[in-house]
Design a protein around this ligand. Sequence first.
Ligand SMILES: NC(=O)c1ccc[n+]([C@@H]2O[C@H](COP(=O)([O-])OP(=O)(O)OC[C@H]3O[C@@H](n4cnc5c(N)ncnc54)[C@H](OP(=O)(O)O)[C@@H]3O)[C@@H](O)[C@H]2O)c1
Length: 251
Amino acid sequence: MASFDGKTVLVTGGNSGIGEAIALRFANAGAKVVITGRRADAVETTASLHRNLSGFVGDVSNPEEAALAVKQAAVNGRLDVLVNNAGIYGATPLEGGSNETIRSLYEINVFGLTFVTEAAVPFLKEAKGSIVNISSVVARYPSPVTSHYAATKAAVDSLTRSWAVELAPYGVRVNAVSPGPVETPIFGKVGLPEDVVAQVKENMRTSLLVPRLGTPDDIAGWVIHVASPESSWVTGQILGVDGGAFLLSAR
Ligand SMILES: NC(=O)c1ccc[n+]([C@@H]2O[C@H](COP(=O)([O-])OP(=O)(O)OC[C@H]3O[C@@H](n4cnc5c(N)ncnc54)[C@H](OP(=O)(O)O)[C@@H]3O)[C@@H](O)[C@H]2O)c1
């Protein structure tokens, strides 16, 4: 595994699930990592897991808080890696969906990711660093009932490609990792009964080409690889890490 000794990393939503696994990978590789999240207790708990981790409590969809998170992570004015991982999931059926949920999906998954990136760009340029956005396989196929979640992730894919071109002159690479279904607390946050969630996950699992849900570590390993110098010729890519979920959409 590549060393990130002396490097600085910001992982948004680093206090849970995929973000926590990513933060720990970078910390174990020697980086100083700042994790963010809105829940102070969860930020503190994750930050206590490794001496290279520290926490920032804030909401990425608030531009001032996004900028403060970046400021904390950019030690000596440079930031080597930004992982835009913070995100929410939600059901938004066309009939009976809540406008508040739709708004939150875009505010966090798209605007939040944008605010953090805007604040980080000057520091990433200084370091000739790299951005890894966490997208989702559902960005690339129809997603009834979770249509707006999928649309926010399609926006993430599009922003990834555009920003890769925009930041290339400064030596900053921009890529996305696009997970399939991963076992994390996110499924418990959509407001569905536990037995329904369990059934949904079981349906997902049995339909995958690799018939298991992903683990946060399955995703974290690719994030660190994409951010490492070993991937220095890779930019503007959307890397599927999905147990074959994307191919299933073509069946
Ligand atoms: N699990 C999957 O199957 C799956 C599949 C594809 C893509 N993804 C994507 O992977 C990413 C991580 O998801 P996960 O599954 O690990 O879910 P998770 O365990 O629910 O983690 C989500 C993280 O985002 C943070 N967050 C949410 N809203 C935030 C806000 N406004 N400001 C700052 N932090 C915020 C949460 O912290 P607080 O609650 O403390 O704010 C938490 O740390 C998301 O972008 C998700 O869309 C997940």
